[in-house]
Design a protein around this ligand. Structure first.
Ligand SMILES: Cc1cc2nc3c(=O)[nH]c(=O)nc-3n(C[C@H](O)[C@H](O)[C@H](O)COP(=O)(O)OP(=O)(O)OC[C@H]3O[C@@H](n4cnc5c(N)ncnc54)[C@H](O)[C@@H]3O)c2cc1C
Length: 458
């Protein structure tokens, strides 16, 4: 008979959602077991957000070196040393991993290493042991979709792309969404020849149309090739590289094919369905309080339908821990979750796109303003183009914030505040943005929305 341990909360998966839930539950005095088959930190820390952003930072430095002479700084870009770059990237990950592991332990969370399976509504089996929880949180995350392709030396996903030991000469990126455009941007900056193939009519199709247009213009200028409205048919591989055939009969050749067509939930073979949990195409269906409808089982993170972002997982993890502790947290408004794509130029948005707002309120009831970064001093110093766009319900609150431009990702905080607080342009009267900062561009957009633009023409 297997040994049985019991906790207030048992969490399956220690990625962004799972570890946030564990730390908050521990902070609230609950006994917690956090079961992880690989490393705490999950996709975001080891295979996602953190390593990609390290590669993107190196890409920014490479671009700045290439262009430095244009601002009078002499220097030469001679190439990328992938060994040194990987050491830097892995160093950042390792440091954060150590910090996170220490933090989790300091919250008195018990980490159990092993692959767990839900064997009854209140029990997870791991390493032959039965771990019983008054509450269970499923947080098993996501993995790259591969459209049935076998992953090889040359046909890769983001996981392999993060660990290359040379800069590729050429890459075809299948998918012009967040992960696809980030890698396209990285490799272009490192000197590779990049072609993106996207099935829909524009790059970053979930963003406002104006953002896609500006990104496409910037990518053209950077000589990142892309083909939209183009459907993948098949890939062949030989000693020379990959040959990608699209449905329109075109063939694209490169050294590598990166498949970046989205991520699917990791929920198969863990006993979820057997215990009565409803899955829809693998995603765990919950109510708005993230309860699965079975026992005291909750789900958080990428396995729950919605935007697959680390900070959404954190928020859901905190929410469920507080829910279990009886704190009755406020239901999460998914519409106010900020989204940042860290390609160059960066994209940041929150709330409704113009199209979504028009669908919701009617075309005549939507007002938009765009402040062009050409009128922003700091952006001019950085040599970037782009804009801040605000979408407002006519005479009502700001419902959407969209921006594109170098380093504009850091401006998302104010965008989120204005959308989440349903701010009116008048609410900003008397507030001014520091000069000369990129943040000022938001102030300018608000002034324009209030009908009193400062640095643009009426
Ligand atoms: C290349 C890339 C870049 C990204 N960049 C960003 C970004 O810049 N910003 C952002 O917000 N998001 C980004 N993301 C998305 C982000 O990584 C995910 O949204 C986030 O990691 C989801 O957290 P999660 O807890 O749901 O799952 P995960 O982080 O996937 O964690 C799930 C964990 O569960 C474990 N597990 C699974 N099954 C079991 C089992 N049966 N037993 C035990 N353990 C199990 C796994 O080993 C894993 O550690 C990126 C993703 C990728 C791939």
């Amino acid at each position: 008979m297997a040994e049985q341990k019991e906790y207030d909360v048992v969490i399956l998966g220690a990625g962004s959602g799972g570890y946030a839930a564990a730390m908050r539950a521990g902070q609230l005095g609950l006994s917690v077991a956090l079961i992880e088959g690989d490393k705490v930190g999950g996709t975001c820390l080891h295979r996602g957000c953190i390593p990609t952003k390290a590669l993107l930072h190196a890409a920014e430095v490479a671009d700045e070196m290439r262009e430095s002479a244009t601002i009078g700084v002499q220097g030469t870009f001679t190439g990328i040393d992938m060994n040194a770059l990987n050491a830097y990237k892995n160093g950042v990950v390792d440091k954060m991993y150590k910090g996170l592991s220490g933090l989790i332990v300091s919250r008195k969370v018990e980490i159990i290493n092993g692959w767990g399976k839900l064997v009854s509504p209140d029990t997870i089996e791991v390493n032959g042991e039965l771990i019983k929880g008054k509450n269970i949180i499923l947080a098993t995350g996501s993995t790259s979709k591969t459209i049935g392709q076998t992953i090889t030396q040359r046909v890769i996903t983001s996981e392999q792309a993060l660990n290359m030991d040379t800069v590729p000469e050429s890459v075809i990126v299948l998918g012009g969404g967040v992960i696809g455009v980030e890698f396209a941007s990285i490799w272009n900056s490192y000197g590779a020849d990049v072609t993106i193939i996207e099935g829909l009519e524009r790059l970053v199709p979930n963003e406002d149309v104006a953002v896609s247009k500006t990104l496409e213009r910037a990518f053209r200028k950077r000589k990142i090739n892309f083909k939209t409205n183009t459907l993948f048919e098949r890939v062949e591989e030989d000693y020379a590289g990959v040959h990608v055939y699209t449905k329109d009969g075109t063939r694209f050749d490169a050294q590598y094919l990166l498949i970046a067509i989205g991520r699917g939930p990791v929920t198969a073979n863990f006993g979820y369905e057997e215990q009565g949990i409803t899955l829809d195409r693998g995603f765990v269906i919950t109510n708005e309080r993230l309860h699965t409808g079975v026992g005291n089982i909750y789900a958080v993170g990428d396995i729950v339908p919605g935007v697959q972002l680390a900070h959404r997982g954190f928020l859901q993890g905190l929410f469920v821990a507080e829910e279990i502790a009886g704190l009755q947290p406020k239901v999460i408004d998914e519409n106010t979750i900020p989204r940042v794509t860290f390609c160059n130029p960066e994209i940041a948005s929150v709330g409704l796109t113009t199209t979504q707002a028009e669908e919701k309120f009617g075309k005549e009831n939507v007002e938009t303003v765009e402040f062009n970064l050409a009128g922003n001093g700091k952006s001019q110093m950085l040599g970037t183009t782009g804009f801040v766009k605000l979408v407002r319900e006519k005479d009502g609150p700001i419902v959407g914030f969209h921006t594109i431009g170098a380093r504009m990702g850091e401006q998302i905080g104010e965008g989120q505040l204005m959308v989440a607080w349903e701010a009116l342009p008048e609410d900003f009267a008397g507030l001014i943005h520091a000069h000369p900062s990129q943040n000022e561009s938001i102030g300018e957009a608000i002034l324009a929305l209030a009908g009193k633009p400062l640095h643009t023409h009426n």
